[in-house]
Ligand binder design. Structure first.
Ligand SMILES: [Zn+2]
Length: 342
């Protein structure tokens, strides 16, 4: 029988401190060569163990084999120059030194397929695999070649589709595209953002998800959130079109956010991953707090379409905190399962 309220995480989980410096984005690897390959596989086993302990039903790689959710994918493509960096504003929010597109972009070999095969071998649970979405990829690059955001997004959509098809063949059950940029560039999302995402999932038989959040719990994002007022209604701009799209699941930030829960009504019919864990705080949610968020969501999502999750990735947290938060998520979902079965 299919589990009701299957739990999962939105994306990254902390890496072991012997593999990369903790609580740091873009943290350099501490191992090299064969040791790094072996270390990444050991980290995959550990993150799976942490997720099993937390009662997570749909497991992931916790992004243990990548330095960053966007940059690592782009590093594997040709046409992008990582030495010739330019400073740009990411999501209209903070300056970052980013690589440049200098030629036609292409994927010469698979990026995460071997990692996915490894994870498939060590678990029988359903696997969700995250990839960056086309719009978030272009927003993390300087484009000195196409000089057109939409054109580059279509190129990336083709490349992502190649990778997604191979991840599906490797046994991945849900492929998720991370599109935090969807919360910022509403006109572009409606003009071509959702269309390029649908290109990225073309021909897939596995389930597909899009994760749209307010970002990692880093200072630039927290400062930005403080400017958004008492109600965060960004989702309202893009939900009507997403509701009509071919994407199966929509992953959202809810816990401790100021997103009005009733906005979810706009995507009625979709499966919804409800963020019931705040990733910008070290305070561990109680299972009852998780359950309370899920109960509110159940007003707008049918129980068989509700997927309890985290607000975003947990890479910036300590492993101790992240593991306890996973356990709270698993225990909180169990409270609601019991309620629904009586
Ligand atoms: Zn996120």
């Amino acid at each position: 029988m299919k589990t009701l309220l299957p739990t999962s995480t939105a994306g990254s989980l902390p890496k072991p401190s012997w593999l990369a410096k903790p609580k740091t984005l873009w943290s350099p690897w501490k191992l090299q060569g064969d040791e790094l390959i072996e270390g990444k596989q050991d980290a995959l086993r550990l993150t799976l163990d942490d997720q099993n302990y937390g009662g997570i039903d749909i497991v992931s790689d916790g992004e243990q084999t990548r330095q960053h959710f966007v940059t690592t994918f782009i590093e594997h493509l040709s046409g992008v120059d990582f030495k010739n960096r330019q400073t740009i504003k990411i999501r209209n929010r903070y300056d970052a030194s980013v690589p440049s597109v200098v030629d036609a972009v292409s994927r010469e070999k698979p990026v995460f397929v071997e990692d996915a095969k490894f994870l498939r071998k060590i678990t029988k649970k359903p696997i969700k695999w995250a990839l960056p979405g086309p719009m978030t990829m272009i927003d993390t690059l300087h484009d000195g070649y196409y000089k057109n955001r939409e054109k580059l997004a279509w190129e990336f959509a083709n490349i992502l589709n190649q990778e997604a098809r191979e991840l599906e063949s490797a046994g991945v059950d849900i492929i998720q595209f991370d599109e935090p940029a969807f919360n910022v560039f509403f006109d572009e999302v409606n003009d071509w953002g959702i269309a390029t995402l649908e290109k990225a999932i073309e021909g897939l038989k596995c389930e597909t998800a899009v994760h749209i959040c307010y970002g990692y719990g880093i200072k630039a994002n927290i400062d930005w959130k403080n400017t958004l007022g008492t109600e965060w209604r960004q989702y309202e701009e893009i939900f009507p079109k997403l509701q009509k799209s071919n994407i199966d699941l929509i992953s959202l930030e809810c816990q401790n956010s100021r997103v009005p829960m009733d906005l979810i009504e706009l995507i009625r019919g979709k499966k919804v991953m409800i963020g019931a864990i705040d990733v910008a705080s070290n305070t561990i949610e109680t299972p009852e707090e998780v359950a309370s968020t899920l109960r509110k969501a159940l007003q707008f999502v049918a129980a068989d379409k509700l997927y309890p999750s985290t607000n975003c990735g947990m890479a910036p947290l300590s492993r101790r905190v992240a593991t306890k938060k996973l356990r709270a998520l698993g225990d909180g979902a169990e409270i609601i399962r019991q309620e629904l079965s009586t």
